[in-house]
Design a protein around this ligand. Structure first.
Ligand SMILES: Nc1ncnc2c1ncn2[C@@H]1O[C@H](COP(=O)(O)OP(=O)(O)OP(=O)(O)O)[C@@H](O)[C@H]1O
Ligand SMILES: [Mn+2]
Length: 554
């Protein structure tokens, strides 16, 4: 800066004065020289002032330069690195550096506490304001420490696991070998082996973080269209035979559903699939397969590697120079509704695939509260106020946990405003005594400005709810664990959070509003009925409930 000032003075002194010499006479020359001298003096004074007074402003803040490395706006390379950059954008501290790069340690519920130098942070954001403690405490971590998220798990017998690798005899013979194998199994296989009668995964199992890391980072070896359903989705394959269900981003994240579109013709959203997985986990259900966001290159990671000709021939370059495709399906698979990269980069959701149907067949159940899927007709449940009485007497809703499971699902769907739950699935192996799979959440989170009370019909019409569910909902309505706060924190761990928050603040606050509505609904029920709560906290030690639906009440 000093050099620059001197150069400017030099130019000012010499250039104009040499011109003056050529054009003016002797008398005026002395006036100009006088002026030049004054100007030089003034500039020297100015330079001196800058040195003495403004020196600090000219020096880069070296003491803060180290902090810039804790907010890396880096490329999405791994679960842990992306989570730290995502957390930084919401003023959360990064996850522990010990977790860096290691999928094993980047446990989903350990986010929020890091090795970041607290003194440096105090300096940076001004701890004297007294807000530091508030901003660094992880509500998510606290929530998962709560006893309601650590209830004793039912004892599991052989027939309570979906898959088994070996018979008992074999396992005994090769116990150590077996243990070794379980450490080298690819994450998707470990995920499959962890599916039980009562839940899809154990929230505390490190395999969950390994699974999302795997989906977010593995090389894509194959991509083909997946049949079933109405909208475009792809089946990706990874090394070690892993697979994922891909749903692409089709519209801007915050685009609200067109008010003139029926729920069954609304676009599916990749961020809804991701957010639904996080929400279901926060509600303590663990009934949605792990879903993670990923930024893929449509050209190198789909177009160039796919052997699915029906898919590859729908690729084109748009007038804006973006690489697009549309595939073949019932809804929105046309040139007018392309899925486009920017120019190659595309946000997608990747869901872990469930075990193949040949290994673990599933049963699909039509929901008793299914909508009519007609523009003109109403469904039975919309016309009959006592509809639930009929359902309660109809197997499998007349015994076990099926009815309250369905009500759990209705609560999840109401919170995220998913009107498209026409069917649900269960694993055939477990018969009727098992959890319900909450698959296909692509049409959730379409509208934040409105709530859809009809989604809660199973709760309002039956006036039943699991005790554990209600207690967790109450917990999530407290300021210390506020649903919007824990979901924001949870979603910040997804790699795509580095691109933009997965749910806008408007959607997050809609969740708090809807949660309050659910609690009001339960309150209204309790004022009218005596058998609202289904006490699932007193089941037998295998999680079975042997009594008819009406008996486990409080
Ligand atoms: N993670 C998964 N693993 C294995 N199969 C899955 C998974 N997710 C979904 N499926 C299967 O794929 C089918 C289609 O998926 P999905 O329901 O998400 O598609 P869709 O186009 O949204 O369907 P719809 O148009 O009926 O709403 C599902 O019915 C389910 O059986
Ligand atoms: Mn769908």
């Amino acid at each position: 800066m000093v050099d620059k000032t001197l150069v400017y003075i030099y130019i000012f002194l010499l250039s104009p004065s040499s011109m003056v010499r050529r054009t003016l006479g002797q008398s005026t020359r002395s006036i100009y020289l006088g002026l030049a001298f004054m100007s030089l003096t003034l500039h020297l004074l100015l330079a001196f002032f800058c040195f003495s007074v403004l020196q600090s402003a000219c020096v880069p803040p070296t003491s803060f330069s180290s902090t810039s490395s804790f907010v890396p706006k880096t490329e999405i390379v791994s679960h842990s690195s992306s989570s730290s950059s995502a957390a930084s954008s919401s003023n959360e501290p990064p996850s522990s550096s010990q977790n860096g790069g290691s999928p094993k340690l980047s446990s989903l519920d350990r986010e929020g506490k890091g090795s970041f130098d607290e003194a440096a942070e105090k300096k940076l954001i001004g701890a004297e304001l007294g807000t530091l403690k508030e901003t660094t405490r992880s509500k998510l971590e606290e929530l998962f420490k709560h006893p309601l998220y650590n209830l004793p798990r039912p004892g599991l017998q052989d027939d309570d696991w979906l898959l088994r690798l070996k018979t008992d005899e074999e396992a005994k013979e090769t116990e150590s070998e077996d243990k070794e194998n379980s450490e080298t199994h690819p994450p998707w296989l470990q995920f499959h082996l962890g599916i039980s009668r009562w839940e899809l995964y154990d929230r505390k199992d490190p395999i969950l973080a390994q699974m999302t890391h795997y989906l977010a980072t593995q090389r894509i070896l194959g991509a083909a269209q997946k049949k079933g359903g109405t909208q475009l989705k792809l089946l990706l394959s990874f090394p070690n035979y892993g697979q994922a269900l891909l749903k692409p981003m089709r519209q801007s994240r915050d685009a609200e559903t067109d008010v003139n579109l029926f729920y069954f013709s609304d676009f599916e959203r990749h961020n809804a699939e991701i957010a639904a997985f996080h929400l279901d986990r926060l509600l303590g259900f663990n009934r949605i397969p792990p879903v993670v966001g990923r930024l893929i290159n449509v050209t190198t990671e789909i177009r160039d590697i796919t052997t699915d000709h029906k898919l590859s021939r729908t690729f084109f370059t748009s007038p804006a120079g973006n690489v697009c495709f549309y595939g073949q399906c019932e809804y929105y698979c046309s040139t007018e509704n392309p899925v486009c990269g920017r120019p190659h980069a595309l946000e997608v959701s990747l869901a872990a695939m469930l075990p193949d149907l040949t290994l673990a067949p599933r049963r699909s159940w039509r929901s008793p509260w299914r909508r009519s899927y007609s523009r003109t007709k109403l469904a039975q449940w919309e016309k009959e106020p006592a509809y639930c009485d009929t359902v309660k007497q109809t197997p499998p809703y007349n015994s076990g946990t099926r009815l309250v499971d369905l009500i759990d699902m209705a609560v999840l769907d109401f919170l995220m405003s998913n009107m498209d739950r026409h069917h649900y699935e269960t694993f055939e192996k477990f018969g009727n005594e098992t959890f319900l799979l909450h698959l296909d959440n692509g049409r959730a989170f379409g509208r934040h400005s409105q709530d859809e009370p009809s989604i809660l019909a199973p709760l309002t019409q039956c006036c039943r709810i699991r005790r554990s569910t209600l207690l967790r909902l109450r917990l999530l309505s407290l300021p210390e664990f506020r649903l919007s706060d824990v979901l924001r924190e949870s979603l910040a761990q997804d790699p795509l959070a580095a691109v933009a928050p997965l749910l806008s603040e408007t959607h997050l606050s809609a969740l708090d509003r809807r949660l309050a509505a659910v609690l009001r609904e339960v309150q209204t029920c309790q004022e009218k009925h005596g058998d609202v709560l289904y006490d699932d906290l007193e089941l037998d030690d295998r999680g079975y409930d042997h009594q008819p639906t009406g008996d486990k009440t409080r």
